[in-house]
Design a protein. Structure first.
Length: 307
């Protein structure tokens, strides 16, 4: 099976993806067009429509290609088998990654695939009300940090619009200089992703919010609807020299953009100890668990699903 029927992801494909995500609402943070598009230079996504399913393969530089779970109204069990066969033309390391728990339980034949829990890429999901109100003893420290910021700084919260895009880009550049992004491949890739999102603001379906102090953007966040009751926050940046600023942008962005949602997905911790501690400190309501699917060898050699 060749990959000549797969297309590199471009901005003009947004409506196609949007229709599939409406048919089959995603539960995990990877499965939005904005996320796939903004990270496309790192993950180099390719996609194809087969039997009413959207198949996606990511081909990151320096790592093995992998598939994402099939999306759509078609036969997802069959689509999964086809996706594995498509991957064979790219790699011997066959795997489907970031697969939702619901997909594993509903569509994966455990006799044919090994399902490996991926804690590092599982998403943290919070009640929107918890992040906006910070009520109760467990949020006491967070509320104190927020109140200290509110008391000590005169600021303005603004929604992202075209007038602010350049200011967001300037703040991202300063943040990257502070964090030495050029010397850190992961941060450099993220910087590129933020730039892609911001420079395509008018074309992508996400919202942003910023905290301005003395007319300078000192914190910003970007997110979008993941499904009917959940928003996902893709990016959150703040000046680390301003105490309580991260708490403030978290609370204000959720209050202004996502208070109507039941849940807010704040993505994964990537196995980074500091990031895990920070995400756990906000007391997630639940985790959107993800798995890696590896075809059992005896099954990977079977070609009955080839078209």
């Amino acid at each position: 099976m060749a990959l000549d029927d797969f297309n590199p992801l471009e901005i003009q494909h947004k409506d196609i993806f949007h229709q599939y995500f409406l048919q089959d609402p995603p539960q995990t943070s990877e499965l939005t067009f904005t996320n796939l598009f903004m990270w496309r230079h790192h993950y180099r996504p390719m996609w194809s429509e087969i039997n009413n399913c959207l198949l996606i393969i990511l081909n990151p530089g320096g790592a093995s290609p992998f598939g994402l779970q099939p999306i759509g109204s078609g036969n997802k069990k069959e689509a999964l088998h086809i996706l594995v066969k498509k991957l064979e033309s790219l790699t011997h390391d066959l795997k489907i990654c970031r697969v939702s728990e619901n997909f594993v339980e509903t569509y994966v034949d455990q006799d044919h695939y090994n399902s490996i829990f991926d804690r590092d890429n599982s998403d943290y999901v919070y009640r929107a009300e918890d992040l906006t109100k910070l009520s109760g003893r467990k949020y006491h420290k967070k509320k104190n940090h927020l109140n200290r910021f509110l008391k000590n700084y005169r600021f303005e919260y603004r929604d992202l619009d075209l007038d602010l895009v350049e200011c967001f880009l300037e703040m991202q550049e300063k943040w990257c200089q502070l964090k030495e992004c050029l010397d850190k491949p992961d941060l450099f890739s993220e910087d590129y992703a933020v730039h892609e999102a911001l420079t395509h603001f008018e074309e992508l379906d996400y919202r942003g919010g910023a905290i301005l102090i003395e007319s300078n953007v000192e914190a910003f966040s970007l997110g979008e609807s993941l499904n009917s009751n959940t928003a996902v926050v893709h990016i959150e940046k703040a000046n680390p020299d301003i105490p309580g600023l991260y708490n403030a942008i978290n609370q204000l962005f959720c209050s202004n953009a996502w208070a109507h949602m039941e849940y807010i997905n704040r993505e994964q911790d990537l196995g980074l100890e500091g990031l895990r501690k920070a995400k756990e400190s906000y007391h997630p309501h639940h985790m959107a668990n993800k798995y890696t699917l590896i075809p059992q060898k005896k099954y990977a050699d079977v070609r009955i699903w080839e078209r």
